[in-house]
Design a protein around this ligand. Structure first.
Ligand SMILES: N[C@@H](CCC(=O)N[C@@H](CS)C(=O)NCC(=O)O)C(=O)O
Length: 221
């Protein structure tokens, strides 16, 4: 049985979980040893020290994209990519845009959540928010050429972006800010959320983020 090491608040884990579910692969999900990827017990078996990772017998693989590509080779049907080579290449580029541009922009909001109110913090929030908006604005331009919307079926991009986008919106809202999504991104988000896999993955990440944000409220009150 394939073991997936994952945590519920991670979009990278949602990427792999979505692929496993889309392909109907049996798996067992476990939190990293000690509940954190920073523990020596976890890092003893996953040298990269990151989540997600999969284990099959004594074989271990880290990195969400490598895992998805491995699953795609081993279980090609249904494919997590379009049948059309150009569209498939665009979808891969889009997922890479998520991993290298959008997710880091959302992640830069995280350390600001627990900082005490100050004009300095406010300034940092505005800088991070502008960067996030810029990346969403570029995403809007990228999807104008339609790497996903003409596809006949879901692809990885459909279930990896929503958890990250909601994470950004929810964290900003918690810090008293809002961000209006560009129109095409908003439409894509709403359409993808009609799909059970996407709704489940986004819901899971949002639930974990909400719990983390609210724990902060309990602690400071
Ligand atoms: N490129 C990696 C990134 C995954 C990642 O950044 N995971 C975070 C948690 S969401 C993590 O494990 N961070 C610890 C680290 O990378 O050292 C992937 O796609 O799996």
């Amino acid at each position: 049985m394939l073991i997936l090491y994952a945590l519920p608040q991670s979009s990278f884990c949602a990427k792999v979980r979505g692929a496993l579910q889309f392909k109907g692969i049996e798996y067992e999900e476990q939190e990293p040893h000690g509940g954190s990827y920073q523990t020596t017990d976890y890092q003893r078996i996953v040298a990269a020290g990151s989540i997600p990772a999969i284990q099959l017998g004594d074989w271990m693989l880290y990195d969400s994209q490598a895992i998805v590509e491995y699953l795609e080779e081993m279980y090609p049907d249904p494919s997590v990519w379009s049948e059309d080579p150009q569209q498939r290449a665009e979808q891969r580029a889009l997922v890479n845009y998520h991993d290298s541009k959008l997710e880091p922009a959302v992640r830069s909001l995280v350390p600001l959540v627990r900082q005490p109110d100050s004009s300095d913090r406010e300034q940092h929030i505005n800088i991070a928010k502008d960067q996030l908006f810029d990346r969403l604005f570029r995403l809007d331009k990228i999807i104008a050429s339609d790497p996903i919307q003409n596809a006949k079926q879901l692809c990885v991009a459909d279930w990896v972006f929503p958890p990250t986008i909601y994470m950004g919106l929810d964290i900003l809202e918690h810090m008293g800010h809002s961000l209006k999504l560009p129109n095409r991104v908003e439409r894509w988000l709403q359409n993808s959320m009609q799909q059970p896999i996407v709704e489940a993955e986004a819901g899971r990440v949002r639930g974990a983020i909400a719990q983390w944000l609210n724990q902060g409220i309990e602690r400071t009150n």
